[in-house]
Design a protein around this ligand. Structure first.
Ligand SMILES: Cc1cc2nc3c(=O)[nH]c(=O)nc-3n(C[C@H](O)[C@H](O)[C@H](O)COP(=O)(O)OP(=O)(O)OC[C@H]3O[C@@H](n4cnc5c(N)ncnc54)[C@H](O)[C@@H]3O)c2cc1C
Length: 292
C-alpha cells in the first residue's frame, strides 16, 4: 500500500490539518533551537513539517541537512521546499533527486525571489516559473507537489492573474497550496472564491504567522503585500509599549484569525514558526480548547 500523502490527510482528518514551517539553521546553535522547537511541538501532533529552501539554491545543503536531522527525530510527513530562481534546470533536477534520496515525497514548488529586491529574471538555463517546476517534479517521480498562494496578491501580479496562475499550477500537477501569511480572513476567503470560480479544486492551506513583537507590524506589511487590516493593527499599536500585553493581544488576534479562516472552510493551518514553538502552541491550545 502506498504511504499516506498529505492529500489523504485532508480526506481523513476530522478537522483542519495543523502543520509547521521551519527554516534550515546555519549553525549548531540553530540546529539545537530547531530540534527543541520540534520537541515542543511534537505532542501537538503536527500533520506535517515543512522546511524552506534558500531562494537561489546557494544554501540548499542546509535545507537537505535540516530535513535529514528532522527525519531522524520525527515520523511526521516532511515537505521540502524548492525554488528555481538563480539555478539552472540541471541544478534543480539534482535538488529533486537529493530529496528523493532523503525519502522526501512532498515538495512545495516555488519560484523564489532574487536577493535585494531586484527584478526577477529566470536563470539562462533555468525554469521560468513555479508552474514549470511543478511539471518537472511530477515528471521525475511519484511526488505530491504543493505550491504558493497569495491572499493579498503577489506583488508582481493582480488578484485575477494570481488565480489563473494557481489554476495553471494545478493543471501542471500541483495537488495542494499553502498561502502566504495574511491577517484578513476575508482576503483568504476571496482568494479561495476566485480560484473555485475558475474551476480550481485543490485545497488551500492558510499560512499563519503568530504576531508576538511590535517590529513585526512593519516587517509583515512589506512581505505580505497589503499588511494588517486597520482594526487589527490598531489593537496591536495600542499595546506596543508593553511587551507582555503586546504578545497577549497578538496571540489572541491571530487565534481569532485562525477561527475565522476555519469558519471560512480552510482545510488546514500552516504555522510559520521561525523555528520557535511557544506562540504556535499558545494559539493551538486556544483553538483546541474551543473545540472541547
Ligand atoms: C507558503 C510559502 C512558502 C514559501 N517558501 C519559500 C522558500 O522556501 N524559499 C523561497 O525562496 N521562497 C519561498 N516563498 C516565496 C516565493 O518564492 C515568492 O513569493 C515568489 O515571489 C513567488 O513564488 P511563486 O512560487 O508563487 O512563483 P510563480 O508562480 O512563478 O509566480 C510569480 C510571479 O510570476 C509571474 N508569473 C508566473 N506564472 C505566470 C504566467 N503563467 N503568466 C504570467 N505571469 C506569470 C506572476 O507575476 C507571478 O506573480 C514561499 C511563499 C509561500 C507563500
Amino acid at each position: 500500500m502506498p504511504a499516506e500523502t498529505i492529500i489523504d490527510l485532508f480526506a481523513s482528518s476530522s478537522g483542519p490539518t495543523f502543520s509547521v514551517e521551519f527554516f534550515p539553521p546555519s549553525d549548531d546553535a540553530g540546529v539545537q533551537q530547531l530540534l527543541g522547537a520540534l520537541e515542543q511541538l511534537q505532542p501537538l501532533k503536527p500533520d506535517w513539517v515543512s522546511v524552506t529552501y534558500g531562494a537561489t539554491g546557494a544554501s540548499r545543503y542546509k535545507t537537505f541537512s535540516a530535513v535529514g536531522a528532522l527525519r531522524g527525530q520525527t515520523a511526521t510527513s516532511l515537505i521540502g521546499h524548492l525554488t528555481v530562481a538563480g539555478q539552472s534546470a540541471a541544478e534543480v533536477v539534482r535538488a529533486i533527486q537529493a530529496y528523493q534520496r532523503l525519502g522526501v515525497t512532498h515538495i512545495l514548488a516555488l519560484r523564489g525571489d532574487p536577493p535585494g529586491g531586484e527584478r526577477y529574471r529566470p536563470h539562462r538555463e533555468g525554469l521560468a516559473t513555479a508552474t514549470d517546476l511543478v511539471r518537472l517534479i511530477r515528471s521525475l517521480g511519484d511526488f505530491t507537489v504543493g505550491v504558493a498562494a497569495f491572499p493579498d496578491g503577489h506583488p508582481e501580479g493582480t488578484l485575477e492573474l494570481d488565480a489563473e496562475i494557481l489554476l495553471a499550477k494545478q493543471a501542471a500537477g500541483a495537488e495542494f497550496a499553502i498561502s502566504q501569511l495574511f491577517f484578513d480572513a476575508d482576503a483568504y476567503a476571496r482568494l479561495v472564491e476566485r480560484f473555485r470560480a475558475l474551476g480550481g479544486t485543490m485545497p488551500i492551506v492558510a499560512g499563519i504567522m503568530p504576531v508576538t513583537v511590535p517590529s513585526q507590524i512593519e516587517r509583515f506589511a512589506s512581505l505580505s503585500g497589503s499588511g494588517m487590516p486597520a482594526a487589527f493593527e490598531a489593537q496591536l499599536r495600542a499595546v506596543a509599549d508593553d511587551k507582555v500585553r503586546f504578545r497577549e493581544v497578538g496571540i489572541e488576534l491571530v487565534t481569532q484569525l485562525c477561527r475565522d479562516v476555519i469558519a471560512a472552510g480552510a482545510p488546514g493551518l500552516q504555522f510559520f514558526t521561525l523555528n520557535r514553538s511557544t506562540a504556535t502552541r499558545d494559539i493551538l491550545d486556544r483553538l483546541r480548547s474551543d473545540a472541547r
